[in-house]
Design a protein around this ligand. Structure first.
Ligand code: PMP
Length: 398
């Protein structure tokens, strides 16, 4: 008998499965809003000019590709710290933040999860309900029991902050709480700075371990505004984790550029934490790849390229906002009733449209408009050419 005779077929990734279905659809007017990717107004994945410029510099002065240090390019790690915490922040200046380059934001989460499992093997992990679907799988595979705290309030179209706070208050000390720093995936609803203050207070008061997932910095209000929550956690004087992804903000999805930062009490503690993070990395993939992180480090540390990046990121953010406003106006004009302002209250790439599974299936089967069954659509995949078709389809199923 074959070694693999009893291996079961794993379920298909729901989102990738949807893309396969989309690709096979012969409808010439089909629109894929199922993805988690930013497309420009021509429906193309952008290559940012700052990235092309950094790559040009790199090609003109080619370097041999030795192994990187286990924790990645030092200049990159430092640039990440500057971006996430502020180069002048006390935490960074005093050396009490341990930062490692990671294979995308997912890699940052995974390094953190494996480290936490060694640190507190019996801790529970809480993720938002709903959350990015990989959060549950990733922490479960790292060996944790994963539960959810209330987040989405379907009736009020927003966040159930009271439910969230109550769940955090009820969590035992040491519970790891995964929080979306900004641009919540999948709902698009974020909490306000004042509500964050309450979350920070409960995390601190209850000795919970905050793990902030920052995959969309710059896609909400701006780089600093979206990162403000980090300052609130720093101000509380507690230890916490931050995973960073540059997949979206640099449109470098395939380069897998991310990081994990752990804020510690002292520089001495950070060096011990760093030594353990390196073991996690070493025993998984030894050391990270060179190209993407070098591009990001070059852009972040070259003033002219950095300005370009901030402008391009701001352009992506503005285009998403434009699509949100257009969606509201066009849906209303197409006769969709009710208060649609929730669409512009949401931030980032996604919108929980409020459409149910039957409606999402109809959108797909009858109109070639592909979103997730949960009602999530990617606003960043709308453009001036496909929005009318999407609106008229939604108006027919709403
Ligand atoms: N966290 C969240 C909330 C995400 O939406 C994503 C990407 N879709 C990630 C992490 C992973 O980012 P990356 O692609 O850089 O691994």
């Amino acid at each position: 008998m074959s070694l693999f005779a009893s291996i079961e077929m794993a379920p298909r990734d729901p989102i990738l499965g949807l893309t396969e279905q989309f690709n096979a659809d012969p409808n010439p007017n089909k629109v894929n809003l199922g993805v988690g990717v930013y497309y420009d107004d021509n429906g193309k994945l952008p290559l940012l000019a700052c990235v092309a410029a950094a790559e040009k510099q790199m090609v003109e002065a080619p370097k041999a590709r030795g192994y990187l240090p286990i924790d990645g390019i030092a200049q990159y790690d430092k640039a990440v710290q500057g971006l996430v915490f502020g180069a002048e922040s006390e935490a960074v200046k005093s050396g009490r933040v341990a930062t490692v380059q990671a294979v995308g934001g997912t890699g940052g989460l995974k390094i953190g999860a494996d480290f936490l499992k060694r640190l507190s093997p019996s801790a529970k992990v809480l993720i938002s309900d709903p959350s990015w679907e990989n959060h549950r799988a990733l922490f479960t595979n790292a060996g944790f029991a994963v539960e959810a705290y209330p987040y989405y309030d379907a009736e009020r179209r927003g966040v159930d902050v009271d439910g969230m706070l109550a769940a955090l208050k009820a969590a035992p000390a040491g519970t790891v709480v995964v929080l979306h720093a900004c641009c919540h995936n999948p709902t698009g609803y974020d909490i306000t700075p004042a509500q964050w203050d309450k979350v920070v207070a409960v995390v601190k008061g209850n000795n919970l371990v905050a793990f902030l997932d920052m995959a969309y910095q710059g896609f909400g209000q701006g780089i600093a505004e979206d990162g403000a929550v980090i300052q609130q956690f720093l101000a509380a004087g507690i230890d916490f984790f931050v995973s960073t992804s540059f997949s979206k903000s640099f449109s470098l999805y395939g380069e897998r550029v991310g990081a994990l930062s752990v804020v510690c009490e002292s520089a001495e503690e950070a060096s011990r934490v760093l030594s353990q993070l390196k073991i996690v990395i070493r025993t998984n993939y030894s050391n990270p790849p060179t190209h993407g992180a070098q591009v990001v480090a070059t852009v972040l540390t070259t003033p002219e390229l950095r300005r370009m990046w901030e402008e391009e990121l701001s352009g992506m953010r503005a285009r998403i906002k434009l699509m949100r406003t257009a969606l509201v106006e066009k849906l209303a004009a197409a006769g969709v009733k009710g208060d649609l302002s929730y669409i512009t209250r949401q931030q980032g790439m996604f919108s929980y449209s409020g459409l149910n599974k039957d409606q999402m299936v109809r959108l797909r089967n009858e109109f070639g408009v592909y979103g997730i069954d949960s009602g999530r659509i990617c606003v960043a995949a709308l453009n001036s050419r496909n929005i009318d078709a999407v609106v008229s389809a939604i108006a027919k199923v709403a």
